[in-house]
Design a binder for this molecule. Structure first.
Ligand SMILES: CC(C)(COP(=O)(O)OP(=O)(O)OC[C@H]1O[C@@H](n2cnc3c(N)ncnc32)[C@H](O)[C@@H]1OP(=O)(O)O)[C@@H](O)C(=O)NCCC(=O)NCCS
Length: 187
């Protein structure tokens, strides 16, 4: 388990499936995420099992995000991990919506980057988000992501083509900005 200031990152378990399936089918959560199709409980069970396999292979790391008292509030991942280039893409979802804007997303991102930089020898982490995801953009900035660029009209969502934005963070930048993140339990 990896500790941030507000969250803990741990392995996904099969008993998480009901909570994940319910929340991932909330259109207000999904509208700022990649896919929009409804997800069944069986599909989520398979996904949870896949995360264990991907972790063993070192191709993706997907963790449950919980509060310090153990309440599940989402997932965070590093995927498309390149051993050669030592980079990966970050993905995150915090839910239900009542848990937004309380700093959980930012803390989970900083902690997941720490996992990538301190334990998986990554050199850079990047992420993509939709231009209308203001909440995400602010969280990524607070988590130290910079170097904004855009792919014009790259996503068709809510009836129109919209830009996908990209930001990244280097290991050195993370080390400088978040030296207090050791990922260990608070003492
Ligand atoms: C994106 C997401 C992970 C952010 O998590 P979070 O826990 O809400 O983030 P935080 O609370 O750490 O930070 C959010 C910031 O955005 C700000 N914010 C919220 N709505 C905003 C808006 N419309 N415009 C500008 N800033 C906004 C908040 O005030 C907060 O900043 P502050 O701490 O300076 O006040 C979360 O909203 C989420 O899971 N959304 C649905 C799925 C998703 O979009 N995933 C990412 C796909 S790329």
């Amino acid at each position: 388990m990896y500790y941030g200031k507000k969250v803990i990152l741990r392995s996904l378990e099969l008993e998480d499936v009901e909570f994940i399936t319910k929340n991932i089918n909330d259109i207000e959560i999904r509208r700022t995420m990649g896919g929009m199709d409804p997800m069944s409980k069986e599909q989520e069970i398979q996904w949870i099992k896949n995360t264990w396999e991907w972790r063993e292979k070192g191709s993706s790391y997907v963790f449950a995000v919980t509060t310090h008292d153990g309440k599940l509030i989402g997932t965070v991942s590093l995927f498309a991990v390149s051993q050669l280039h030592q980079h990966a893409e970050l993905g995150i979802a915090i839910y239900p919506r009542e848990n937004h804007n309380q700093g959980y997303g930012t803390d989970a991102i900083i902690t997941m980057c720490g996992f990538g930089f301190l334990y998986k020898n990554l050199n850079s982490i990047w992420l993509k988000f939709f231009e209308f995801n203001e909440n995400g953009r602010r969280a990524y900035e607070k988590a130290g992501f910079t170097n904004l660029s855009n792919e014009r009209q790259a996503i068709y969502r809510e009836g129109k083509h919209q830009d996908i934005l990209r930001m990244d963070i280097l290991k050195l930048e993370w080390m400088e900005k978040f030296p207090e993140y050791k990922l260990r339990p608070p003492t």
